[in-house]
Write a protein that binds this ligand. Structure first.
Ligand SMILES: Nc1ncnc2c1ncn2[C@@H]1O[C@H](COP(=O)(O)OP(=O)(O)OP(=O)(O)O)[C@@H](O)[C@H]1O
Ligand SMILES: [Mg+2]
Length: 438
Protein backbone atom coordinates (compact mmCIF):
# COMPACT_ATOMS: atom_id res chain seq x y z
CA UNK A 1 0.00 0.00 0.00
CA UNK A 2 2.75 2.33 1.10
CA UNK A 3 4.65 1.37 -2.03
CA UNK A 4 1.57 2.13 -4.14
CA UNK A 5 1.18 5.54 -2.52
CA UNK A 6 4.87 6.30 -3.00
CA UNK A 7 4.66 5.39 -6.70
CA UNK A 8 1.57 7.53 -6.85
CA UNK A 9 3.40 10.66 -5.79
CA UNK A 10 6.83 9.78 -7.27
CA UNK A 11 8.07 10.67 -10.73
CA UNK A 12 8.86 6.98 -11.41
CA UNK A 13 10.63 6.36 -14.64
CA UNK A 14 8.51 8.81 -16.59
CA UNK A 15 9.87 11.82 -18.35
CA UNK A 16 8.40 15.28 -17.67
CA UNK A 17 5.83 16.48 -20.17
CA UNK A 18 8.06 19.42 -21.13
CA UNK A 19 10.21 17.01 -23.05
CA UNK A 20 7.31 16.41 -25.44
CA UNK A 21 7.44 20.11 -26.22
CA UNK A 22 11.26 19.76 -26.64
CA UNK A 23 11.41 22.47 -23.96
CA UNK A 24 10.71 25.06 -26.62
CA UNK A 25 10.34 28.12 -24.34
CA UNK A 26 7.43 29.75 -26.25
CA UNK A 27 5.48 26.53 -26.49
CA UNK A 28 6.06 25.76 -22.80
CA UNK A 29 5.11 29.28 -21.75
CA UNK A 30 1.99 29.30 -23.86
CA UNK A 31 0.90 26.05 -22.15
CA UNK A 32 1.75 27.39 -18.69
CA UNK A 33 -0.06 30.72 -19.25
CA UNK A 34 -3.20 29.26 -20.79
CA UNK A 35 -3.50 26.36 -18.30
CA UNK A 36 -2.99 28.75 -15.37
CA UNK A 37 -5.55 31.21 -16.74
CA UNK A 38 -8.09 28.43 -17.37
CA UNK A 39 -7.54 27.10 -13.82
CA UNK A 40 -7.92 30.61 -12.34
CA UNK A 41 -11.19 31.19 -14.18
CA UNK A 42 -12.42 27.67 -13.31
CA UNK A 43 -11.77 28.34 -9.62
CA UNK A 44 -13.46 31.75 -9.66
CA UNK A 45 -16.71 30.48 -11.24
CA UNK A 46 -17.65 28.17 -8.28
CA UNK A 47 -16.98 31.04 -5.84
CA UNK A 48 -19.52 33.13 -7.77
CA UNK A 49 -21.92 30.18 -7.92
CA UNK A 50 -21.71 29.56 -4.15
CA UNK A 51 -22.30 33.29 -3.53
CA UNK A 52 -25.33 33.23 -5.87
CA UNK A 53 -26.82 30.12 -4.21
CA UNK A 54 -26.31 31.67 -0.76
CA UNK A 55 -28.12 34.84 -1.81
CA UNK A 56 -30.99 32.95 -3.48
CA UNK A 57 -31.90 30.36 -0.87
CA UNK A 58 -35.31 30.00 -2.57
CA UNK A 59 -33.87 28.73 -5.88
CA UNK A 60 -34.93 25.27 -6.99
CA UNK A 61 -32.19 22.79 -8.04
CA UNK A 62 -29.56 24.49 -5.87
CA UNK A 63 -27.63 21.23 -5.51
CA UNK A 64 -27.18 20.95 -9.28
CA UNK A 65 -25.54 24.37 -9.31
CA UNK A 66 -23.20 23.26 -6.51
CA UNK A 67 -22.44 19.98 -8.35
CA UNK A 68 -21.67 22.03 -11.39
CA UNK A 69 -19.29 24.11 -9.26
CA UNK A 70 -17.51 20.93 -8.07
CA UNK A 71 -17.18 19.79 -11.69
CA UNK A 72 -15.59 23.10 -12.68
CA UNK A 73 -13.17 22.94 -9.70
CA UNK A 74 -11.99 19.47 -10.72
CA UNK A 75 -11.56 20.63 -14.31
CA UNK A 76 -9.46 23.55 -13.09
CA UNK A 77 -7.32 21.18 -11.00
CA UNK A 78 -6.52 19.01 -14.07
CA UNK A 79 -5.17 22.16 -15.78
CA UNK A 80 -2.97 22.94 -12.75
CA UNK A 81 -1.77 19.35 -12.96
CA UNK A 82 -0.89 19.90 -16.64
CA UNK A 83 1.41 22.75 -15.61
CA UNK A 84 2.91 20.61 -12.83
CA UNK A 85 3.63 17.62 -15.10
CA UNK A 86 5.68 19.81 -17.43
CA UNK A 87 8.52 19.34 -14.93
CA UNK A 88 7.23 16.61 -12.57
CA UNK A 89 5.99 13.45 -14.29
CA UNK A 90 3.54 12.36 -11.50
CA UNK A 91 1.26 10.91 -14.15
CA UNK A 92 -0.46 8.49 -11.73
CA UNK A 93 -1.63 11.44 -9.64
CA UNK A 94 -2.63 13.28 -12.81
CA UNK A 95 -4.59 10.27 -14.02
CA UNK A 96 -6.28 9.94 -10.62
CA UNK A 97 -7.41 13.59 -10.77
CA UNK A 98 -8.77 13.03 -14.26
CA UNK A 99 -10.74 10.01 -13.03
CA UNK A 100 -12.26 12.17 -10.27
CA UNK A 101 -13.10 14.87 -12.82
CA UNK A 102 -14.67 12.28 -15.09
CA UNK A 103 -16.77 10.87 -12.24
CA UNK A 104 -17.93 14.31 -11.11
CA UNK A 105 -18.77 15.38 -14.66
CA UNK A 106 -20.58 12.11 -15.32
CA UNK A 107 -22.68 12.42 -12.18
CA UNK A 108 -23.42 16.09 -13.02
CA UNK A 109 -24.59 15.05 -16.49
CA UNK A 110 -26.72 12.19 -15.10
CA UNK A 111 -28.18 14.44 -12.38
CA UNK A 112 -28.97 17.07 -14.99
CA UNK A 113 -31.12 14.72 -17.08
CA UNK A 114 -34.24 14.61 -14.85
CA UNK A 115 -33.82 18.26 -13.90
CA UNK A 116 -33.95 19.62 -17.46
CA UNK A 117 -37.69 18.96 -18.11
CA UNK A 118 -38.52 20.51 -14.73
CA UNK A 119 -36.29 23.51 -15.47
CA UNK A 120 -37.93 23.93 -18.88
CA UNK A 121 -41.33 23.85 -17.19
CA UNK A 122 -40.31 26.69 -14.86
CA UNK A 123 -42.15 29.95 -15.71
CA UNK A 124 -40.06 32.47 -17.61
CA UNK A 125 -39.51 35.97 -16.17
CA UNK A 126 -42.00 37.29 -18.77
CA UNK A 127 -44.60 34.73 -17.67
CA UNK A 128 -43.97 35.61 -14.03
CA UNK A 129 -44.32 39.30 -14.87
CA UNK A 130 -47.67 38.62 -16.60
CA UNK A 131 -48.87 36.52 -13.67
CA UNK A 132 -47.76 39.29 -11.32
CA UNK A 133 -49.72 41.86 -13.30
CA UNK A 134 -52.80 39.62 -13.28
CA UNK A 135 -52.46 39.16 -9.52
CA UNK A 136 -52.14 42.92 -9.01
CA UNK A 137 -55.28 43.47 -11.10
CA UNK A 138 -57.16 40.78 -9.21
CA UNK A 139 -56.05 42.32 -5.91
CA UNK A 140 -57.20 45.76 -7.05
CA UNK A 141 -60.56 44.33 -8.12
CA UNK A 142 -60.88 42.56 -4.80
CA UNK A 143 -60.19 45.78 -2.89
CA UNK A 144 -62.73 47.62 -5.08
CA UNK A 145 -65.38 44.97 -4.53
CA UNK A 146 -64.71 44.98 -0.81
CA UNK A 147 -64.97 48.77 -0.74
CA UNK A 148 -68.18 48.63 -2.75
CA UNK A 149 -69.68 46.04 -0.42
CA UNK A 150 -68.83 48.03 2.69
CA UNK A 151 -70.11 51.23 1.13
CA UNK A 152 -73.29 49.65 -0.20
CA UNK A 153 -73.95 48.22 3.24
CA UNK A 154 -73.21 51.60 4.86
CA UNK A 155 -75.33 53.53 2.40
CA UNK A 156 -78.20 51.08 2.41
CA UNK A 157 -78.48 51.19 6.21
CA UNK A 158 -78.09 54.97 6.11
CA UNK A 159 -80.73 55.16 3.37
CA UNK A 160 -83.14 52.98 5.38
CA UNK A 161 -82.55 55.05 8.49
CA UNK A 162 -83.05 58.31 6.61
CA UNK A 163 -86.17 57.02 4.87
CA UNK A 164 -87.55 55.72 8.18
CA UNK A 165 -87.01 59.03 9.95
CA UNK A 166 -88.45 60.95 7.01
CA UNK A 167 -91.56 58.76 7.07
CA UNK A 168 -92.04 59.13 10.83
CA UNK A 169 -91.60 62.90 10.78
CA UNK A 170 -93.80 63.31 7.75
CA UNK A 171 -97.10 62.41 9.45
CA UNK A 172 -96.91 64.73 12.50
CA UNK A 173 -95.44 67.47 10.30
CA UNK A 174 -98.45 67.14 8.01
CA UNK A 175 -100.84 67.39 11.00
CA UNK A 176 -99.22 70.63 12.04
CA UNK A 177 -99.05 72.02 8.54
CA UNK A 178 -102.59 71.00 7.65
CA UNK A 179 -104.08 72.55 10.81
CA UNK A 180 -102.38 75.91 10.56
CA UNK A 181 -104.81 77.37 7.99
CA UNK A 182 -108.03 76.41 9.89
CA UNK A 183 -106.42 77.50 13.20
CA UNK A 184 -105.64 80.87 11.62
CA UNK A 185 -109.20 81.16 10.33
CA UNK A 186 -110.77 80.20 13.71
CA UNK A 187 -108.59 82.66 15.57
CA UNK A 188 -109.50 85.41 13.14
CA UNK A 189 -113.19 84.55 13.70
CA UNK A 190 -112.76 84.67 17.47
CA UNK A 191 -110.96 87.99 17.27
CA UNK A 192 -113.80 89.35 15.09
CA UNK A 193 -116.31 88.08 17.64
CA UNK A 194 -114.42 89.83 20.46
CA UNK A 195 -114.35 93.01 18.36
CA UNK A 196 -118.14 92.76 17.89
CA UNK A 197 -118.65 92.32 21.62
CA UNK A 198 -116.40 95.32 22.28
CA UNK A 199 -118.42 97.34 19.75
CA UNK A 200 -121.92 96.52 21.03
CA UNK A 201 -121.12 96.05 24.74
CA UNK A 202 -118.48 98.69 25.44
CA UNK A 203 -119.39 98.89 29.13
CA UNK A 204 -118.57 95.36 30.24
CA UNK A 205 -118.17 94.20 33.79
CA UNK A 206 -115.01 95.37 35.59
CA UNK A 207 -113.88 91.76 35.92
CA UNK A 208 -113.86 91.23 32.10
CA UNK A 209 -112.18 94.58 31.60
CA UNK A 210 -109.47 93.74 34.20
CA UNK A 211 -108.84 90.34 32.63
CA UNK A 212 -108.53 91.87 29.13
CA UNK A 213 -105.98 94.29 30.55
CA UNK A 214 -104.12 91.51 32.33
CA UNK A 215 -103.70 89.32 29.28
CA UNK A 216 -102.99 92.35 27.06
CA UNK A 217 -105.71 91.52 24.54
CA UNK A 218 -104.52 94.07 21.97
CA UNK A 219 -101.02 92.58 21.97
CA UNK A 220 -102.43 89.06 21.57
CA UNK A 221 -104.52 90.23 18.61
CA UNK A 222 -101.43 91.65 16.95
CA UNK A 223 -98.99 88.86 17.92
CA UNK A 224 -101.05 85.72 17.41
CA UNK A 225 -101.10 85.88 13.59
CA UNK A 226 -97.31 86.33 13.70
CA UNK A 227 -96.96 83.22 15.88
CA UNK A 228 -99.08 81.29 13.44
CA UNK A 229 -96.99 82.40 10.47
CA UNK A 230 -93.81 81.38 12.38
CA UNK A 231 -95.36 77.95 12.98
CA UNK A 232 -96.19 77.80 9.29
CA UNK A 233 -92.62 78.74 8.36
CA UNK A 234 -91.24 76.11 10.76
CA UNK A 235 -93.48 73.38 9.46
CA UNK A 236 -92.66 74.41 5.90
CA UNK A 237 -89.02 73.89 6.79
CA UNK A 238 -89.73 70.47 8.33
CA UNK A 239 -91.58 69.45 5.15
CA UNK A 240 -88.66 70.64 3.07
CA UNK A 241 -86.19 68.64 5.17
CA UNK A 242 -88.40 65.54 4.99
CA UNK A 243 -88.61 65.95 1.23
CA UNK A 244 -84.83 66.27 1.04
CA UNK A 245 -84.32 63.21 3.20
CA UNK A 246 -86.65 61.20 0.96
CA UNK A 247 -85.02 62.58 -2.13
CA UNK A 248 -81.58 61.72 -0.73
CA UNK A 249 -82.39 58.18 0.30
CA UNK A 250 -84.45 57.40 -2.82
CA UNK A 251 -85.07 53.96 -1.47
CA UNK A 252 -86.31 51.42 -3.92
CA UNK A 253 -85.05 53.42 -6.85
CA UNK A 254 -82.54 50.90 -8.04
CA UNK A 255 -83.35 51.59 -11.67
CA UNK A 256 -82.30 54.43 -13.91
CA UNK A 257 -84.60 57.47 -13.81
CA UNK A 258 -84.67 60.94 -15.27
CA UNK A 259 -83.91 63.33 -12.41
CA UNK A 260 -83.22 66.98 -11.74
CA UNK A 261 -79.64 66.99 -10.46
CA UNK A 262 -80.09 70.42 -8.87
CA UNK A 263 -82.73 68.85 -6.60
CA UNK A 264 -80.22 66.20 -5.59
CA UNK A 265 -77.53 68.78 -4.81
CA UNK A 266 -79.99 70.93 -2.85
CA UNK A 267 -81.23 67.96 -0.84
CA UNK A 268 -77.69 66.99 0.03
CA UNK A 269 -76.97 70.57 1.10
CA UNK A 270 -80.07 70.52 3.32
CA UNK A 271 -78.84 67.35 4.99
CA UNK A 272 -75.42 68.95 5.51
CA UNK A 273 -76.93 72.28 6.63
CA UNK A 274 -75.88 71.77 10.20
CA UNK A 275 -72.23 71.46 9.21
CA UNK A 276 -72.39 74.55 7.01
CA UNK A 277 -73.65 76.81 9.80
CA UNK A 278 -71.34 79.08 11.83
CA UNK A 279 -69.90 77.50 14.98
CA UNK A 280 -68.42 79.18 18.04
CA UNK A 281 -64.89 78.88 16.69
CA UNK A 282 -65.48 78.94 12.94
CA UNK A 283 -67.49 81.05 10.52
CA UNK A 284 -70.31 79.70 8.36
CA UNK A 285 -69.35 78.02 5.10
CA UNK A 286 -70.75 80.03 2.23
CA UNK A 287 -72.29 77.98 -0.58
CA UNK A 288 -72.36 79.74 -3.94
CA UNK A 289 -74.58 78.11 -6.53
CA UNK A 290 -73.98 78.88 -10.17
CA UNK A 291 -76.60 76.59 -11.64
CA UNK A 292 -76.94 76.46 -15.39
CA UNK A 293 -79.97 75.34 -17.33
CA UNK A 294 -79.76 71.57 -16.93
CA UNK A 295 -82.16 69.09 -18.50
CA UNK A 296 -83.26 66.06 -16.49
CA UNK A 297 -80.49 63.48 -16.47
CA UNK A 298 -80.91 59.72 -16.74
CA UNK A 299 -79.09 58.18 -13.80
CA UNK A 300 -79.24 56.14 -10.62
CA UNK A 301 -80.38 59.10 -8.55
CA UNK A 302 -79.59 57.64 -5.14
CA UNK A 303 -76.04 56.85 -6.21
CA UNK A 304 -75.44 60.25 -7.78
CA UNK A 305 -76.68 61.84 -4.54
CA UNK A 306 -74.09 59.73 -2.69
CA UNK A 307 -71.38 61.22 -4.91
CA UNK A 308 -72.60 64.75 -4.10
CA UNK A 309 -72.62 63.80 -0.43
CA UNK A 310 -69.05 62.44 -0.50
CA UNK A 311 -67.65 65.43 -2.36
CA UNK A 312 -69.46 68.00 -0.22
CA UNK A 313 -68.52 66.21 3.03
CA UNK A 314 -64.87 66.21 2.00
CA UNK A 315 -65.11 69.91 1.11
CA UNK A 316 -66.60 70.72 4.52
CA UNK A 317 -63.96 68.55 6.23
CA UNK A 318 -61.11 70.37 4.50
CA UNK A 319 -62.65 73.81 5.16
CA UNK A 320 -63.00 72.95 8.85
CA UNK A 321 -59.45 71.63 8.87
CA UNK A 322 -58.17 74.74 7.10
CA UNK A 323 -59.37 76.80 10.08
CA UNK A 324 -57.04 74.80 12.30
CA UNK A 325 -54.13 73.15 10.55
CA UNK A 326 -53.64 75.51 7.61
CA UNK A 327 -53.56 78.29 10.29
CA UNK A 328 -56.80 79.72 8.98
CA UNK A 329 -55.24 80.05 5.53
CA UNK A 330 -57.97 79.78 2.96
CA UNK A 331 -56.98 79.56 -0.63
CA UNK A 332 -57.31 82.77 -2.60
CA UNK A 333 -58.27 81.06 -5.83
CA UNK A 334 -61.87 81.29 -6.92
CA UNK A 335 -62.93 79.70 -10.16
CA UNK A 336 -65.22 81.71 -12.35
CA UNK A 337 -68.36 80.29 -13.88
CA UNK A 338 -66.32 79.18 -16.83
CA UNK A 339 -63.99 77.31 -14.55
CA UNK A 340 -61.12 79.67 -15.18
CA UNK A 341 -59.43 80.75 -12.02
CA UNK A 342 -58.77 84.24 -10.88
CA UNK A 343 -56.72 85.48 -7.96
CA UNK A 344 -58.65 88.13 -6.14
CA UNK A 345 -56.57 88.04 -2.97
CA UNK A 346 -59.58 88.89 -0.81
CA UNK A 347 -61.49 85.69 -0.57
CA UNK A 348 -60.62 84.57 2.94
CA UNK A 349 -64.04 83.11 3.86
CA UNK A 350 -64.63 79.36 3.67
CA UNK A 351 -66.52 78.78 0.46
CA UNK A 352 -68.00 76.00 -1.61
CA UNK A 353 -68.87 76.92 -5.16
CA UNK A 354 -71.13 74.64 -7.17
CA UNK A 355 -71.61 75.25 -10.86
CA UNK A 356 -73.46 73.23 -13.46
CA UNK A 357 -73.61 73.41 -17.22
CA UNK A 358 -74.36 71.37 -20.31
CA UNK A 359 -71.35 70.44 -22.41
CA UNK A 360 -71.22 69.06 -25.94
CA UNK A 361 -75.07 68.99 -25.96
CA UNK A 362 -75.09 65.50 -24.52
CA UNK A 363 -73.25 65.77 -21.21
CA UNK A 364 -73.71 67.64 -17.98
CA UNK A 365 -70.80 69.02 -16.02
CA UNK A 366 -71.01 69.65 -12.29
CA UNK A 367 -68.11 71.37 -10.55
CA UNK A 368 -67.57 71.51 -6.81
CA UNK A 369 -64.86 73.89 -5.72
CA UNK A 370 -63.72 74.49 -2.14
CA UNK A 371 -61.09 76.96 -1.04
CA UNK A 372 -59.72 74.63 1.64
CA UNK A 373 -56.19 73.28 2.18
CA UNK A 374 -55.97 71.55 -1.21
CA UNK A 375 -53.98 68.38 -1.79
CA UNK A 376 -50.37 67.45 -2.38
CA UNK A 377 -49.56 65.60 -5.61
CA UNK A 378 -49.09 62.38 -3.61
CA UNK A 379 -52.54 62.58 -2.00
CA UNK A 380 -54.08 63.45 -5.37
CA UNK A 381 -52.53 60.34 -6.92
CA UNK A 382 -53.95 58.03 -4.24
CA UNK A 383 -57.26 59.79 -3.52
CA UNK A 384 -59.37 57.43 -5.61
CA UNK A 385 -57.74 54.30 -4.10
CA UNK A 386 -60.07 52.35 -1.83
CA UNK A 387 -59.26 52.83 1.86
CA UNK A 388 -56.87 55.73 1.23
CA UNK A 389 -57.44 58.43 3.82
CA UNK A 390 -55.42 61.21 5.40
CA UNK A 391 -57.97 61.58 8.17
CA UNK A 392 -57.41 60.32 11.70
CA UNK A 393 -58.41 56.76 12.58
CA UNK A 394 -62.14 56.58 13.08
CA UNK A 395 -62.97 59.77 11.21
CA UNK A 396 -62.41 58.56 7.66
CA UNK A 397 -62.74 55.18 6.00
CA UNK A 398 -61.11 56.31 2.78
CA UNK A 399 -64.00 55.00 0.69
CA UNK A 400 -65.86 58.14 -0.33
CA UNK A 401 -63.87 59.07 -3.40
CA UNK A 402 -63.19 55.55 -4.64
CA UNK A 403 -66.93 54.79 -4.51
CA UNK A 404 -67.74 58.11 -6.18
CA UNK A 405 -65.27 57.30 -8.94
CA UNK A 406 -66.89 53.92 -9.51
CA UNK A 407 -70.41 55.38 -9.54
CA UNK A 408 -69.48 58.02 -12.11
CA UNK A 409 -67.61 55.43 -14.13
CA UNK A 410 -70.69 53.17 -14.07
CA UNK A 411 -72.69 56.08 -15.51
CA UNK A 412 -70.20 56.31 -18.39
CA UNK A 413 -68.89 59.60 -17.05
CA UNK A 414 -65.69 61.03 -15.68
CA UNK A 415 -64.67 62.31 -12.26
CA UNK A 416 -61.62 64.57 -12.28
CA UNK A 417 -59.86 66.49 -9.58
CA UNK A 418 -57.83 69.68 -9.78
CA UNK A 419 -55.99 70.53 -6.61
CA UNK A 420 -52.73 71.86 -5.21
CA UNK A 421 -51.61 72.69 -1.67
CA UNK A 422 -53.26 75.92 -0.47
CA UNK A 423 -54.98 76.28 -3.84
CA UNK A 424 -58.26 74.61 -2.93
CA UNK A 425 -59.79 71.62 -4.64
CA UNK A 426 -62.14 71.26 -7.56
CA UNK A 427 -63.99 68.08 -8.43
CA UNK A 428 -65.42 67.95 -11.91
CA UNK A 429 -68.14 65.44 -12.69
CA UNK A 430 -69.15 64.88 -16.28
CA UNK A 431 -71.95 62.44 -17.07
CA UNK A 432 -74.02 61.79 -20.17
CA UNK A 433 -77.59 63.13 -20.17
CA UNK A 434 -78.85 59.88 -21.64
CA UNK A 435 -77.58 56.49 -20.58
CA UNK A 436 -75.69 54.63 -23.25
CA UNK A 437 -77.29 51.23 -23.63
CA UNK A 438 -74.91 48.50 -24.66
N1 LIG B 1 -61.86 68.55 -1.06
C1 LIG B 1 -60.77 67.98 -0.59
N2 LIG B 1 -59.74 68.74 -0.12
C2 LIG B 1 -58.61 68.15 0.36
N3 LIG B 1 -58.41 66.82 0.41
C3 LIG B 1 -59.39 66.01 -0.05
C4 LIG B 1 -60.61 66.55 -0.58
N4 LIG B 1 -61.38 65.50 -0.97
C5 LIG B 1 -60.67 64.38 -0.70
N5 LIG B 1 -59.49 64.68 -0.14
C6 LIG B 1 -58.43 63.73 0.25
O1 LIG B 1 -58.73 62.47 -0.29
C7 LIG B 1 -58.75 61.48 0.75
C8 LIG B 1 -59.73 60.38 0.39
O2 LIG B 1 -61.06 60.90 0.42
P1 LIG B 1 -62.26 59.91 0.68
O3 LIG B 1 -63.52 60.68 0.68
O4 LIG B 1 -62.12 58.75 -0.26
O5 LIG B 1 -61.97 59.32 2.12
P2 LIG B 1 -62.13 60.05 3.51
O6 LIG B 1 -62.88 61.33 3.38
O7 LIG B 1 -60.78 60.14 4.12
O8 LIG B 1 -63.01 59.00 4.31
P3 LIG B 1 -64.57 58.65 4.06
O9 LIG B 1 -64.59 57.25 3.53
O10 LIG B 1 -65.15 58.73 5.41
O11 LIG B 1 -65.12 59.63 3.10
C9 LIG B 1 -59.11 62.24 2.02
O12 LIG B 1 -58.65 61.59 3.18
C10 LIG B 1 -58.39 63.57 1.77
O13 LIG B 1 -57.03 63.48 2.11
MG1 LIG C 1 -64.72 61.45 2.34
Amino acid sequence: MLQFLQSFFSDGSFIPHGHCYLWKPWLVWIHIASDSLIALVYYSIPVILVYFVKKREDLPFKWIILLFGAFIVSCGTTHIMDVWTLWHPTYWLSAFLKVITALVSLSTAIALLPVIPKAIALPSPAQLETANCQLKLALGELANTQAQLIQTEKMSSLGQLVAGIAHEINNPANFIYGNIAPAHEYVQDLFSLISLYEKYYPCTTPEIHAYAEEIDLDFIKADFPKILSSIKMGSDRIRQIVLSLRNFSRLGEAEIKKVDLHEGIDSTLVILQNRLKAKTNSPAIEVIKEYGDLPKVECYAGQINQVFMHILTNAIDTLEESMVSCQGMISVRTPGVTGKTTDNGQNDKPQIRISTQVVDNNQVMIRFYDNGCGMTEEVKQKMFDPFFTTKSVGSGTGLGMSISYQIIDKHGGQLKCISAPLQGTEFIIQIPIHVKHN
